[in-house]
Design a protein around this ligand. Structure first.
Ligand code: NAP
Length: 292
């Protein structure tokens, strides 16, 4: 008899995590939709009840050792296994580096990077014994291409990319795969949930113009953003594929930037990014000094 695969998704209260948890359960995975605040479970629970889906909501705060341990222990107690972990929980810190506090940078890493490490360390002993498992890390286009006023966020995603690549070598012999997902701009609660500078208000900042322009630039990108379901479909495709790719870029915006990144030197890319993306989309002024 075919055993139903067990999947855990972090950050399922909204956006990409919400859509991914639903899609996995609709596709036959016994899915745990985890969230740090169970009061946000109403929407997903309603859909699950109406459609009779194999999905359970579970409390999990990726910043909290005990919460992570409890969630994994519960899943193992109920199923004896865990086949797929989707590390999705995360948020953006939007500020020039000079205006954020060191604690804010640490908090950003605590969730976007150490949160993943915490989950991975907890599931690996189980997956290693099973001799199979898939870990999906939701990175970002900003995990390979930097953008302004987001340096701490970008740093967490670059770190996540290389953690994932290194893990792949270590886990191969145990039948465990690690897959990276790189969404472009996706219509979720990401912008509403973004944190901003802790040291001074925007109007007091010498970067006020840049912040304003970058915000406007993001607004423009949002108009052409992709729905979170597109990311959920890419994740499903990755975890059900016989020979998955290492990375999945999701969204036309991210795909076109990655294409240029692959075919240019660092300097060429930076100049292209500056002129054809940041200036073009209004993130920075057109008459600023030349880069480099
Ligand atoms: N939207 C984009 O354009 C975009 C692009 C590239 C990559 N991404 C990445 O996609 C992932 C999902 O973001 P989203 O766009 O779906 O945004 P979202 O709608 O804001 O969802 C973020 C999710 O993460 C959860 N979360 C935050 N901190 C957490 C913690 N300590 N423990 C557990 N859950 C936590 C949030 O829970 P609460 O509801 O409790 O806050 C929420 O469920 C993030 O890793 C983000 O970096 C997003």
């Amino acid at each position: 008899m075919q055993v139903e695969k067990v999947a855990l998704v972090t950050g399922s209260s909204s956006g990409i995590g919400f859509e991914t948890a639903l899609l996995l359960s609709k596709s036959g995975f016994h899915t745990y939709a985890s969230m740090r605040n169970l009061e946000k479970s109403k929407n997903i629970t309603e859909i699950v009840n109406t459609e009779n889906l194999p999905l359970r909501v579970i409390q999990l705060d990726v910043n909290d050792d005990i919460s992570v341990k409890n969630a994994i222990n519960k899943i193992i107690a109920e199923n004896g296994r865990i086949d797929v972990l989707i590390n999705n929980a995360g948020y953006g810190l939007f500020s020039p580096i000079e205006d954020i506090t060191l604690d804010q940078v640490k908090e950003q890493f605590e969730t976007n990077f150490f949160g993943v490490v915490r989950l991975v360390k907890e599931v690996l002993p189980v997956m290693r014994k099973q001799r199979n498992g898939i870990i999906v890390n939701v990175s970002s286009g900003a995990g390979r291409v930097a953008i302004p006023v987001s340096s701490a966020y970008v740093a967490t995603k670059f770190a996540l990319e290389e953690l994932s690549e290194s893990m792949r070598y270590e886990l191969k012999e145990f039948g465990i795969n690690t897959i990276i997902i790189e969404p472009g701009v996706i219509r979720t609660n990401f912008v509403e949930n973004m944190k901003t500078a802790g040291t001074r208000s925007r109007s007091e900042s010498p970067y006020a113009d840049l912040i304003g322009m970058t915000l406007k630039g993001f607004g423009g990108l949002m108009d052409n953003s992709s729905p979170p379901k597109l990311v959920a479909e890419a994740i499903l495709n990755a975890i059900t594929s016989k020979e998955p790719e290492i990375r999945y870029v999701v969204g036309d915006d991210a795909k076109s930037i990655m294409k240029v990144r692959k075919s240019t030197s660092d300097k060429e890319f930076e100049n292209w990014m500056y002129e054809s993306v940041l200036q073009e989309k209004g993130f920075v002024r057109t008459n600023t000094v030349e880069v480099g």
